[in-house]
Design a protein around this ligand. Structure first.
Ligand code: MG
Length: 258
């Protein structure tokens, strides 16, 4: 028998204090939740982010969703970005992170997608646990052991991504499939949040606000108040109703490519 999952969610976005234009985009249309952070001048970054979000929108009305479907959405987004790039003087691109609720043999799962340095975290009894791994220069230094995560956060090169949805190459996306926990909270965000707020403070605010809309709004507000040097976007999704403790609480990579 399929377990019924109840979703509650909230989202907030802000241009920040420095940028002229908000080039982030998001979707909260169950079972699809996603954040994209566009790059490129003259409104092209915003257009790129919208293309990535629209590619995910195709899943909203789909009956059953598999990891391959998210892969296909990313490919559609890439084709859209190529077309956009051919029409623009700049070279627009975007990150994309997504969490899509699905089920497998009656068990609810999240399928998580990532390309770039927007992030999906899980917040629960283990605290704030990153699910996605950034495709960035500083993440490579963290992997090599030459930077800590906190040093990476404030590093001058912290905004350089190594993969994104860009015309120049069809970079692979990472995809994870993780069981939904009994009281599950996911956070999806653009780097405008994580650049301003260390994980420990994000964790505190997620613990303080039970209502996902309030949590998302407060996180964005604090990031803007702390400097708001970039666009800030936050999506918070709560899933309840799964009665049993599932066997795994750590992400299972189903497709991680070099
Ligand atoms: Mg950004």
């Amino acid at each position: 028998m399929t377990q019924t999952v109840t979703l509650r969610w909230g989202a907030s976005t802000d241009v920040g204090q420095v940028r002229k234009e908000n080039q982030d985009a998001y979707i909260t249309s169950p079972p699809v939740f996603a954040v994209a952070d566009g790059m490129g001048g003259r409104e092209q970054g915003a257009a790129a982010a919208s293309i990535a979000i629209d590619s995910m929108r195709a899943l909203v009305s789909q009956k059953h969703i598999e990891a391959d479907d998210l892969q296909r959405c990313a490919a559609v987004a890439w084709q859209g970005i190529v077309e956009l790039s051919l029409e623009s003087e700049s070279t627009p691109g975007t990150t994309l992170t997504a969490a899509v609720l699905t089920e497998d043999a009656g068990t609810p799962y999240w399928i998580i997608l990532n390309i770039g340095d927007s992030r999906t975290y899980r917040f629960g009894s283990d605290g704030l646990v990153p699910i996605t791994v950034d495709h960035s220069v500083v993440q490579e230094m963290v992997n090599a052991g030459t930077l800590t995560r906190e040093e990476a956060r404030i590093h001058p090169q912290s905004n350089l991504v190594t993969r994104a949805i860009v015309m120049e190459a069809q970079h692979p996306v990472d995809i994870w499939k993780i069981p939904v926990l009994p009281a599950d909270r996911l956070l999806l965000c653009s780097d405008g949040l994580t650049a301003e707020l260390p994980d420990i403070y994000i964790s505190k605010l997620l613990a303080r606000y039970d209502d996902p809309e309030s949590a998302a709004g407060r996180l964005v507000q604090v990031a803007v108040d702390l400097g708001g040097r970039d666009n800030v976007t936050v999506v918070v999704v709560d899933a309840t109703g799964v009665p049993t403790i599932t066997e795994r609480t750590v992400p299972i990579p189903v497709r991680e490519q070099e």
